[in-house]
Write a protein that binds this ligand. Structure first.
Ligand code: GTB
Length: 216
């Protein structure tokens, strides 16, 4: 039996691969694990049947042989722990790769979510214009630090790992803001991730969902 993940039936990202099912798809493609996808509407996500898998009524979820998981980072870690290819075997290197996964969602993604919340949900607030540069500068602080750490390396700690997968996908969320272009080594890092065959397959699959929903 293949694992089943959930994704938006009609993703608000319009097939740009920004929703978090993309991380899970990418991880499954990297390790060569086939999977099924259950598409859910916004209404279905909030129904008890979906909340049994995801307490917050969101995507992605992951089900496999009686195990149900939510949280994209936890799902990618689970996949990486059960298959070769996304975490180093050596214990310390493995711990560092996992630390980068946490850094991606906890330290780097947090201010990026603030920016998206400001752009999509707070535009009408009287303090919006004043708040925006503050959020952007917090993101720049993180990107500057990350850029200095990456330097001219291909990946954050040796070979490509689940830490890079999570970080590259988090950084992709900045693509429309222009902020990533201020850090050429980070833009190149994301491009290297996007060039991976596993990423390409995952991207094509989620785009096909959007294309089918748009034409149907
Ligand atoms: N911390 C959780 C995780 O990492 O899995 C966060 C899960 C989450 O926020 N899921 C979003 C969701 O289900 C989809 S990915 N939202 C519906 C809801 O909360 O009701 C977030 C997302 C949505 C849209 C875009 N976009 O349009 O570009 C990008 C990312």
């Amino acid at each position: 039996m293949s694992p089943t993940i959930t994704a938006f039936a009609q993703s608000p990202d319009r097939g740009r691969g920004l929703a978090r099912d993309m991380r899970v798809r990418w991880a499954l493609e990297e390790v060569g694990q086939p999977y099924d996808v259950r598409l859910v509407s916004f209404a279905e996500m909030k129904e008890p049947a979906h909340r049994a898998f995801h307490p917050f009524g969101q995507i992605p979820t992951y089900e496999d042989a009686g195990l149900a998981l939510f949280e994209s980072g936890a799902i990618v870690l689970h996949i990486a722990e059960r298959h070769a290819g996304l975490l180093p075997n050596e214990a310390d290197a493995r711990a560092r790769a996992i630390a980068w996964m946490f850094a991606a969602v906890g330290t780097v993604e947090a201010p990026i979510i603030d920016l998206q919340t400001a752009m999509f949900m707070e535009r009408d607030k009287p303090w919006h214009e004043e708040r925006l540069p503050l959020i952007k500068d917090r993101i720049r602080d993180r990107l500057g630090e990350l850029s200095r750490r990456l330097g001219d390396a291909d990946w954050l700690d040796g070979a490509f790992s689940a830490g890079d997968l999570m970080m590259a996908h988090v950084l992709r969320r900045l693509s429309v803001s222009g902020l990533l272009d201020e850090y050429p080594n980070l833009a190149a890092y994301v491009a290297r991730g996007e060039a991976r065959p596993a990423y390409q397959r995952a991207f094509a699959d989620q785009l096909a969902v959007f294309t089918a929903a748009s034409s149907g």
